[in-house]
Design a protein around this ligand. Structure first.
Ligand code: SF4
Length: 350
């Protein structure tokens, strides 16, 4: 390993970004920051982190919060199951450990939603235990530094790098070292045009020496993205709008949107009005199409959502509300937790 780990740690000391969660050893705060940073950039995550900590400063406060309030605070971050899992895990910590965060890797890893990466980050940073963290940045840095050409998006590639990371981890300073290697990936060994001239581990770097920084890491291929076609029915009656609370195991569980008819391909509003499902929803209400939105695209990790919003006026009141739907006052619409796609529509059209 030579002396490059010392150089890396020195570089980290001087160059690390001053982030709120770096000023704490509180495992709850480190956990929250790691979950937020798995899905967003530091700049955007910073605000979410501060708002979250202000509202729920301890794990016990999070445990007694309502799911709706948590999702509302999380709105726009995406991956809402992570927020629900944190809530669930916070309740577990209160019930099983009287609100005191567990201090060993196995107990932390066993909490709902906590994977290898997050458990290693919490235990190494908060409790200084020797567990290597391997995120996307670390995979890229080690692939280049050690010249590992097994695809980093394969199980084998991840395992190889995890083993190397475990071996290289200094047992006396695991938390700082883990953060240093992640920071190197974020600031210096970036995906495109790594800043090798300024890199503290340049002398030890395989990719730099062999002029292979553009070839490493290797990736085996992109995950397939599925297209979905969502036709949202925006029904308004006086000052109210019909909202739907999402249940089941699909995306955005627990959040609110509008009644929706999903089709296999794009469909015109005229064809939609004769759709059986829509007829069942609006049965006796004499629906008239008031307006149709421009098409919306929304990209999730494995899905491309193609949405249109069809505003419908109804002549009579609905005899029976569709499943999981409820009337919400238009002026209070911003108080409901909604996915970003719906937020975009609301800010444009309502
Ligand atoms: S020398 Fe370049 S490629 Fe190697 S670790 Fe540093 S930034 Fe990455």
């Amino acid at each position: 390993m030579g002396d490059w780990s010392h150089k890396l740690l020195k570089w980290y000391d001087v160059n690390k970004r001053d982030l709120p969660w770096r000023a704490t050893n509180d495992p709850y705060k480190i956990w929250l920051s790691e979950v937020i940073l798995q899905q967003t950039r530091v700049n955007q995550g910073w605000d979410y982190y501060n708002r979250f900590i202000e509202k729920y400063p301890t794990v016990s406060k999070l445990a007694v919060a309502s799911e709706h309030d948590i999702l509302k605070l999380w709105q726009g971050l995406g991956y809402y199951s992570r927020a629900r899992n944190m809530h669930h895990a916070a309740k577990e910590i209160v019930a099983k450990y009287k609100g005191k965060f567990p201090i060993d890797y196995e107990s932390i890893r066993a909490l709902k939603g906590v994977g290898d990466y997050t458990a290693a980050a919490i235990t190494s940073i908060a409790f200084k235990l020797p567990y290597p963290v391997v995120d996307g940045n670390v995979l890229r840095v080690y692939s280049r530094l050690l010249g590992i050409s097994t695809p980093i998006d394969s199980t084998e590639g991840k395992k190889k790098i995890w083993e190397a990371a475990a071996e290289l981890l200094p047992k006396n300073n695991p938390g700082n070292y883990n953060q240093a290697i992640m920071e190197l990936g974020a600031l210096c060994c970036t995906p495109k045009s790594p800043n090798c001239p300024e890199c503290p581990v340049q002398l030890a770097c395989y990719a730099y020496a062999k002029k292979q920084t553009g070839m490493l890491p290797v990736k085996q291929g992109k995950t397939k993205v599925r297209d979905r076609f969502l036709n949202y029915i925006v029904v308004s009656k006086g000052d109210s709008l019909l909202l739907r609370n999402r249940k089941g195991n699909d995306i955005w569980k627990g959040l609110n949107d509008f009644p929706c008819i999903e089709t296999e391909k794009a469909i015109t509003p005229e064809n939609l009005i004769s759709n059986k499902e829509l007829k069942a929803i609006l049965s006796t209400a004499n629906p008239v199409i008031e307006s149709v939105s421009t098409p919306y695209k929304h990209i999730l990790s494995h899905q491309r959502l193609n949405a249109q919003f069809i505003k419908i006026k109804i002549g009579k009141t609905l005899k029976k509300l569709p499943n999981d739907c409820f009337w919400a006052e238009k002026k209070k619409i911003n108080q409901y937790a909604v996915p970003r796609l719906i937020e975009r529509y609301i800010s444009n059209y309502l």
